[in-house]
Design a protein around this ligand. Structure first.
Ligand code: ADP
Length: 270
């Protein structure tokens, strides 16, 4: 809705004078709505695993003389607890990246280090599912930013690539430099994303297939976090995908300008 929201305040200043204050509240109202939607979404997302956990706990109690059933219910409880942990972790990541300006205390960050840390995050799952993780690109490409945040962003992309790919496929993380920009791409041979969803997947809580995302423990926040981190680092993130064939997510970040060696050397006066 593009309706204008205004607040009008009138204060009498004297016999013939009044002060009229007109304030445009459109943006404030929009921010308010976004906040309310977010709280409603979070509550809904929390309610689902918490509800499932309490039902499963009751089921365990009433099946205490059937060890097989107890084991089954306990397994499902562990999955729901895992979902809850992911959600809380993503909410912490989101609030942290929204509160910080990474460029205020930016340091040169080596993308090879970021890629190595992101690979570490998925190494165990990838190995179990025989998904080959390949990293290519120029070594020691540096960008300015926050190592923790950049690792979160690349980790989320690599984690998605693994989660939305079948077993025995390949995920390639490549880095290249195009002019002033470092391009880090994560390519998978997974399920791909339908065209009509491509411009929505970066929204908070948007999922193409909620049922599938539930199985992988996804929260729908991962790409929103990546988008925020890319923007606050002066870059962006984009996606290219063919449904049923795979996806490529590309993070573009300004390369850190390192002073040429000659400028770092002390000058000698003759
Ligand atoms: P989630 O926690 O559900 O993975 P994200 O914000 O990371 O949430 O991603 C949003 C949605 O985008 C996912 O639910 C999934 O439908 C889709 N998606 C993200 N990455 C990929 C990928 N590499 N391949 C296919 N679909 C993807």
């Amino acid at each position: 809705q593009d309706t204008l929201a205004v607040s009008v305040r009138v204060a009498p200043l004297g016999a013939h004078l009044v002060l009229v204050l007109v304030e445009d509240r459109t943006e404030a109202r929009r921010v308010d709505e976004v906040r309310r939607d977010f709280v409603a979404n979070v509550s809904h997302e929390l309610k689902t695993p918490v509800g499932a956990l309490s039902l499963l706990a009751e089921a365990v109690l009433s099946a205490s003389d059937d060890p097989d059933a107890v084991r089954r219910f306990a397994g499902r409880m562990s999955k729901e607890a895992h979902r809850l942990t992911n959600l809380v972790q993503d909410l912490i990541d989101l609030s942290r990246v929204q509160g910080d300006d990474p460029l205020a205390k930016a340091v040169p960050v080596d993308l090879a280090e970021v890629v190595a840390a992101a690979r570490e995050r998925v190494a165990e799952v990838a190995e179990a599912r025989q998904i080959e993780l390949v990293a290519t690109g120029p070594e020691h490409t540096r960008v300015l930013g926050d190592l923790g945040q950049l690792t979160t962003a690349v980790g989320n992309l690599v984690e998605n690539a693994v989660n939305y790919s079948p077993d025995r496929t390949k995920v390639v993380v490549s880095v290249r430099v195009e002019g002033d920009l470092a391009e880090l791409s994560v390519t998978d041979q997974g399920v791909g994303i339908p065209d009509q969803d491509l411009n929505r997947i970066f929204e908070r809580f948007y999922r193409v297939d909620p049922a599938r995302s539930r199985v992988t423990g996804g929260t729908g926040l991962g790409l929103a976090i990546v988008k925020h981190i890319a923007a606050t680092h002066g870059g962006d993130v984009s996606v290219w995908s063919v449904e049923g064939a795979g996806s490529t997510f590309t993070l573009r970040l300004p390369v850190a300008q390192v002073a040429p060696v000659s400028e770092l050397e002390p000058t000698h006066s003759q």
